[in-house]
Design a protein around this ligand. Structure first.
Ligand SMILES: C[S@@+](CC[C@H](N)C(=O)[O-])C[C@H]1O[C@@H](n2cnc3c(N)ncnc32)[C@H](O)[C@@H]1O
Length: 385
């Protein structure tokens, strides 16, 4: 398992790398060997006890979760999983702090190369980011502790690689490549002039679009300034031209009808019930007539057995991802219709990982790892009339 080196990636020394490897080893062990014990505990004692008490078995993921909440095996497995997550971020943060000054110098060199960066220090950070450190990443995506801060970006680039145990690819770009492949297979003649990537973080999912459509102007934005400084420098380090800006997807400063293609990868589940309709309305405004909007996120849980649907909901309650569960309760096609997409032009589909490593897994197995490490993704969007 080796992440692709580039000039902005933080260099861990021997002891820091050992701590990072320990964190991944622990996460992999929990995912492969401990998580399955929860299912055994559920089948052997929790479900039978529930049936005795209520005369039926749990029928929703919420009932499964509430029934398991007091089970000692689930409590221990859950505490270990949360601890592993915190150990991982600590192990990633130490070398970022050590390289702080050098990282800023490297960013200056790399950022000078390609694309552009537009920051807005007055941007109000939405409450769904300011109130929680999403997936326990210290400081979240937006916090700044010094001038020209890159901390969150550097932390995310390495942290997400370890968090996903390398399953998102050597450049953490599987979501981007998977969505590009899905779009190309459905719309082979698509040739966008302007592409917009919402919630780009450090550009993991953005660069595959720049590669796929080299003649297009690629724009990407995020609410977090440290993510964007790092994203711009990382794109420069990897030789890609992207125009980054600091904006809220609920209301951007781009003109009406500016984009032929609007994409996002794993941002929807990190927004909120109120924000999502506004984001979709904004996408509709920004699309040209005939333009395509596609958002990719975790798997579609609908139709899963209550236990399988409960497994990824762990992140909702214990990994500071409060909107994951509620997002799956929403009628996304209806939300798209509400903002103006015609019913017959709304997209709701499943795409598989471009890396194809998980293609032979069955659907329930796909839910057993951490959120986002799966091999099948929900694709949701629409074509503007
Ligand atoms: C999980 S990361 C997305 C990763 C990225 N798209 C990729 O493919 O690797 C979610 C990102 O969405 C951003 N985000 C969430 N809500 C946003 C909003 N309303 N406006 C702009 N960015 C937002 C967050 O700041 C964060 O960087």
């Amino acid at each position: 398992m080796a992440q692709t080196k580039h000039a902005m990636l933080v260099n861990a020394d021997h002891d820091e790398a050992a701590r990072q490897h320990f964190a991944v080893g622990l996460k992999s062990h929990l995912s492969a060997h401990v998580a399955s014990g929860t299912k055994s505990a559920y089948e052997a004692r929790v479900k039978p006890a529930y049936r005795r008490a209520k005369g039926r078995v749990p029928t929703t993921r919420h009932e499964v979760r509430r029934a398991l909440a007091h089970d000692p095996y689930y409590q221990a497995a859950s505490a270990l999983k949360r601890t592993a997550q915190e150990i991982m971020w600590d192990a990633v943060g130490a070398p970022v702090e050590r390289e702080w000054e050098d990282l800023k110098a490297r960013a200056q060199t790399c950022s000078a190369q390609l694309g552009s960066l537009r920051l807005d220090p007055a941007l109000k950070i939405p409450r769904y980011h300011a109130a929680v450190d999403i997936h326990c990443m210290p400081g979240g995506y937006h916090s700044e502790i010094g001038a020209d801060d890159l901390y969150a970006g550097a932390l995310y680039d390495r942290g997400i690689y370890l968090f996903s145990m390398g399953l998102r690819g050597d450049l953490n770009d599987d979501f981007g490549h998977s969505l590009v492949a899905w779009v190309r297979s459905r719309y082979p003649s698509l040739s966008p002039k302007r592409i917009l990537d919402l919630g780009c973080s450090v550009g993991h999912g953005t660069l595959p679009w720049a590669d796929a459509f080299p003649d297009a102007e690629v724009h990407a934005f995020d609410v977090g300034a440290p993510m964007l400084r790092y994203a711009h420098a990382r794109a420069g380090a990897l030789g890609k031209s992207v125009h980054f800006s600091q904006q809220n997807a609920e209301a951007t400063d781009f003109p009406d009808g500016h984009f032929d293609l609007i994409v996002s990868q794993i941002i929807i589940h990190e927004t909120s019930r109120r924000a999502l309709p506004r984001i979709l309305r904004e996408c509709h405004r920004l699309l040209k007539p005939g333009g395509l909007m596609v958002h990719m996120d975790g798997i579609d849980w609908r139709g899963l057995d209550p236990y399988d649907a409960f497994v990824p909901d762990w992140d909702t309650y214990f990994n500071n991802e409060p909107f994951i569960g509620p997002m799956h309760d929403l009628d996304l096609p209806q939300l798209a219709a509400d903002v103006g997409f015609s019913r017959d032009k709304i997209i709701f589909a499943t795409a598989t990982s471009a890396r194809r490593e998980h293609e032979n897994r069955d659907r329930s197995e796909l839910t057993s790892g951490d959120f986002g490490n799966v091999g099948a993704f929900m694709v949701f969007g629409g074509i503007k009339d």
